[in-house]
Design a binder for this molecule. Structure first.
Ligand code: SF4
Length: 303
């Protein structure tokens, strides 16, 4: 049944001239039929290079918005309208605007996991893989880093010379992991390496052999000779286990399941291609112009 549905999706994709882009946290059956797999930034940039005029983005809302912002001429469809990242709107945009009015010397740095309205209030966006490079290149002004205090804290500890204020947001999935989870898994897999995402708490990062973005964790695990404990969404552990059956990739904690990322199934992708499901992304042109600016700045500084 699953194979038949995948084949039907591939047929429809060809017929409609669409491309399927899937975030690495999607299920293996979706990743298998995707034209491009990767993190949110890689997907947005990849969308610009695709010839297809329709993009089906399997992930959460801010990712589809980012693809649309960078590819305004393309039709972008999110297969499940309710798939949103709870961290993306942890800050009302008005609060950032007020902060800037009272602190005009600050540069506001926004993690890409933010809503379009929030991006429009910021100076530059970053991803987990580009954050350090970009923050290093910013002028010497104080920085407000939003919304993830864990990612921001990780950057701040590496740049003690910079004045960086953190917002108290977090990814509820990664922030649920504790040092106790690390101690238990290290005991269970004493020879395994531990790779974690910087959205995890500091107490977790101190246990890690590697800290980095989703793509970074994938490369680290693929290059390792040992088993690797995966400190990010469970789908990464599933993907590695499927493609490297000779090694083990246990997930650091059973809490590492993002229910929003898991909302999209093959049927949703099928319906999105048929035109009977999903949501086409529409962004007000003035808002899009304001939100595109920090993303373009991220691309410029991240090079
Ligand atoms: S894993 Fe965390 S940051 Fe990623 S989509 Fe889920 S809640 Fe948002």
């Amino acid at each position: 049944m699953m194979k038949e549905l995948q084949e039907e999706i591939l047929r429809l994709k060809k017929e409609t001239g669409a491309a399927i882009l899937a975030h690495s946290y999607q299920s293996p059956e979706i990743l298998e039929i995707a034209d491009i797999r990767g993190d949110s930034f890689a997907l947005s940039v990849a969308a610009q290079k695709r010839e297809e005029s329709t993009i089906v983005l399997c992930g959460v809302r801010f990712m589809a918005d980012t693809v649309k912002l960078l590819n305004p001429e393309k039709k972008v469809i999110l297969p499940v309208d309710q798939a949103v990242c709870p961290m993306a709107d942890q800050i009302p945009p008005e609060r950032v605007r007020r902060f800037k009015e009272n602190n005009s010397d600050f540069t506001v740095v926004a993690y890409i996991n933010t809503t379009t309205r929030l991006k429009a209030e910021c100076d530059v966006c970053v991803t987990s893989s580009s954050a350090l490079t970009i923050v290093k290149k910013l002028p010497d002004n104080p920085i407000l880093f939003i919304p993830d205090a864990n990612l921001g804290g990780w950057i701040k500890r590496q740049l003690p010379e910079r004045e960086i204020e953190l917002w108290d947001g977090c990814c509820p999935v990664h922030a649920a992991v504790t040092a106790r989870d690390c101690a238990l898994m290290k005991e269970r897999y004493p020879k395994a390496k531990l790779a974690v995402h910087p959205e995890c708490r500091e107490e977790v990062l101190t246990y890690a052999d590697y800290v980095g973005s989703t793509s970074g964790i994938l490369s680290f695990a693929e290059q390792c000779k040992e088993d690797v404990i995966i400190g990010t969404e469970k789908s990464i552990s599933d993907w590695l286990s499927l493609h490297h059956p000779d090694r083990r990739f246990p997930v650091l904690s059973k809490k590492l399941l993002c229910s929003n990322m898991r909302l999209t199934g093959l049927t949703d992708v099928y319906r999105a291609l048929l035109g009977t499901g999903g949501a086409e992304i529409q962004i007000d042109p003035a808002l899009a112009q304001a939100a595109r600016r920090p993303i373009m700045e991220m691309i410029r500084l991240g090079e």
